[in-house]
Design a protein around this ligand. Sequence first.
Ligand SMILES: [Zn+2]
Length: 237
Amino acid sequence: MDYSIFKALNFNMEGIEAALICYDVMCQWSVHMKERVIGSNYLKLPDGLELRLGIGLFHIHGHQDTCLARYSPSFIKGGRQIDGETIETLWAPLNEISRSTRGMSTSHRREVIDDHMNDSNWKKLIDLGKFPPPSYGYRVSAYVGWVVNAVSRRYRKALSGATISTAAFESINVSASPESVEAWSAEEEYAQRERGRDVKVMDIYDIKRKQCGYNYSMICLPDIRFQSHRVQRYFLN
Ligand SMILES: [Zn+2]
């Protein structure tokens, strides 16, 4: 895992300042990652490259509560709503061939599944869009004249999602006091700046709960008004 990630991070990365890496067990793998890189002759992190380590939304909800704030792409700049998966997206379509492959020998089954995965990869490649003429060096361009199907589909979806999210955020934002907004903004700026050094600073995104004992006897109190007042105070605090 170390070798494949750092080999990829050193390939064609000129001019790239940050890399978002999603891994199903990032909370475990990243614990001593820096020590392993420093102590290895074969692992190298490109100079000046910022690593943003996350766990895709497909997996993050199966982790401990603390992992959500620390590793969810929802709280990582440039990450947001991303499943962070590749192979899992093939599970559903590959299920369609399971009735054929289950009676095959191991080698035959492997070849057939490989063929279907290659077919999927090819379809993804041609769905990226048209390639510009040779004068542009065969690079995929975002120029409006070339339809970039898959990317533009996702971009349109992101735009409509951002519109809804912005409206919801603004409605909360106007109801908060300017002092709170200023304090929260400073906390967020600090967390985003320092998360590479210590991911625990991201805990500010977790739900804040006041740890206190719950007195179960109060639900037996005869005075309903008093009971509800105490229960309300418990939850509001
Ligand atoms: Zn975890």
